[in-house]
Design a protein around this ligand. Structure first.
Ligand SMILES: C[S@@+](CC[C@H](N)C(=O)[O-])C[C@H]1O[C@@H](n2cnc3c(N)ncnc32)[C@H](O)[C@@H]1O
Length: 304
């Protein structure tokens, strides 16, 4: 079958080979000497999106999203949206437009990547994160985290530094609800009482969070961070949003909308989930919001 552009995901049983075009947020892409594209074979029992695309390519590149854009029989071409790449010998990090001028596959990938609609971005989030988290065997894995409880606290614990009083806490993108539980616990250690709420885009994760946290089942809803608002119009003392939940071009809209969910005297807590080198406070400043405080590089907050 000839190489052709596609939309949508092919049947996993039909995909045996993968070629990757990894993109970085700064407009560069990651190639091998040649220049050549990283590629590999899907192993028996592996799912091409959930397993093979994370195992391959071995470039020291962290992919956040995986998106098929072309195929040729059982050979699938996917672009990867990543947050960073390690410095490794033999790995080229080059301007994506320059690579596209030389390699037609990079040109096709770049067009698909740059013209992705918001709806397609959100659909990618659900179809990649939901099955991956649902098959997690630890509470951390059910929130997309690859470490144990101690590492979870060291990576997510700074969110509670923005909590300065008793009140309600809404986690936007709550996955299996672990952060709702954790922030309540970490705040309690500081003598602060929080009542947690959560929303998530993925229906299967909302169901999982309700099952894990039956005492808060009626506080967990399905919704998109970009526009969800509670039916009763209530506001929350603290609202936590993830910069990773929306396309980069929609980040300012995410922050503006998040602020509308916070009650006066409360705070919008903003964090990165991805291990990106951009401090959250700098991201807010670049979007025109002056942070009232920050903790480490992952978390910053705005007063309301
Ligand atoms: C990495 S988990 C975050 C867990 C926890 N809130 C934290 O910050 O540690 C990301 C979650 O955000 C959800 N998500 C992604 N995009 C979203 C969006 N646009 N609106 C709501 N939830 C979204 C995913 O389904 C996933 O469950």
């Amino acid at each position: 079958m000839p190489y052709r552009l596609i939309t949508g995901d092919p049947d996993p049983a039909e995909v045996r080979r993968l070629t990757f075009v990894p993109f970085l947020p700064d407009g560069r892409c990651v190639l091998l000497p040649g220049p050549a594209l990283p590629a590999g074979v899907v192993r028996d029992g592996e799912h091409y999106l959930l397993d093979a695309s994370l195992r391959l390519p071995d470039l020291g590149f962290r992919a956040q999203r995986v998106h098929p854009f072309a195929r040729d029989g059982d050979h699938l071409y996917v672009w990867l949206d990543g947050d960073r790449v390690d410095d490794r010998p033999g790995v080229l990090v080059v301007d994506a437009d320059e690579a596209a001028a030389e390699l037609p596959v990079v040109r096709d990938a770049l067009t698909s990547f740059r013209t992705q609609t918001d709806a397609s971005y959100y659909a990618d989030n659900v179809r990649l994160l939901e099955p991956a988290y649902l098959r997690g065997t630890t509470p951390q894995a059910g929130s997309g985290f690859g470490g144990d409880a101690a590492r979870w606290r060291s990576r997510r614990g700074m969110i509670v530094d923005g909590v300065h009083r008793d009140g309600t806490f809404l986690d936007v993108g709550c996955a299996n609800g672990l952060l709702m539980e954790s922030v309540r616990e970490w705040a309690a250690e500081r003598g602060i009482t929080l009542e947690p709420y959560g929303i998530d885009l993925a229906p299967g994760l909302v169901e999982l969070a309700r099952r894990r946290l039956p005492q808060w089942a009626d506080r967990i809803e399905e919704g998109n961070a970009i526009d969800w608002a509670p039916a009763d119009g209530r506001r929350f003392t603290f609202v936590h949003v993830l910069l990773d939940a929306v396309p980069r071009a929609r980040r300012a809209d995410l922050i503006r909308h998040g602020l509308t969910l916070v009650e006066p005297g409360g705070r919008l807590l903003v964090s990165h989930y991805a291990l990106t080198p951009e401090p959250a406070g700098e991201v807010l400043r670049a979007l025109g919001f002056e942070p009232a405080g920050f903790s480490g590089s992952t978390t910053a907050w705005l007063n309301v």
